[in-house]
Design a protein. Sequence first.
Length: 355
Amino acid sequence: MKKIAIIGGGPSGIFCAIKILEFAEKFDIKPEITVFDNKNILHTILPTGNSRCNLSYSEYDNMELAKNFPRGEKFLYSVFSRYGVSDAVNDFEKLGVETYIQDDLRIFPKADSSAFVKQKMLEAIYNKVKFERIEITEPLKAFDAVIIATGLKNYPKLAENYGHKINEIKPALCGLKIMEKEFITLKGVSFNSVIFTEIGVSGPFIFKLSSINAYKSFPYQIKIPLINRNELKAKLKENPKKQFKTVVSMFIPASLANILIKTEKQAANVSNKEIEELEFLTLTATSTDNKGEIVHAGGVSLDEIDNNFKSKIVKNLWIIGEVLNIDGFTGGFNLQNCWSDAAICAKDVIKKLYP
């Protein structure tokens, strides 16, 4: 009996176990699968999508889907062409997880529950997979295939111990601390997918910005879209006798308008320059706010694995999920990457072990 070790009980590791079992049943083979993790299985899936589990994103053009990954875009063209969004949705429905698509194209389980997704994934491997609650720090030798699916939270030491190069790890999809302290009083105020916090800014727009700038040196300026100048001009023209600040408050929270506008001018007396200055809010990011951190940039170099996630430098080793130098924006992209990596890896493991 062939022995397979999966190191990491997160989304990619457990989904890989599910797919290995599926392929094994198809070919009437029975490998022995052991999952190693020193924490609770699938605990990292519980907070995803604000505990609703944003499973994927409804984009079926694989090239367009891959554009949502600042690191790994070109590598993922081939990956998504072999296992894409529709494949993941179909597989989860087989597990008993029906899905729906929100207006913003994010895909969620109809149960709106990460705990329900965890339950269904674990049911699929119940009594079919061994679990060992220990941390693996050194290469395993007693297995015919080893799959590293450890994620990046505690840094990919194991992959490094196997001899793989690690690209520098940086926080991504996180809030940012800012230099301009006058905005700290706006804690909880939101606009245009941005939320003010006690130390800076957060929200979907900031998460995306922090991901793009993951390797940019601090401090750096960020420009947040504020008010469309033509729409503001039109509204000022409609309300010539109202205070400039009052009209601006029709577009953004009044508390933010009070900070940005010091003049008591009426709308009719506002200059083009004053209007243009409200097109963007420019802030100075001083560091990441790791409290809101979701994923990391960096990890195992993609040059050292093939397109089936098999190591090019270590025999019978595969590496999948967030431990790789692949990371996407918020919106279900990172989980989709987990599902795709796991499915392709599982198929290749069975193919290599049972030629």
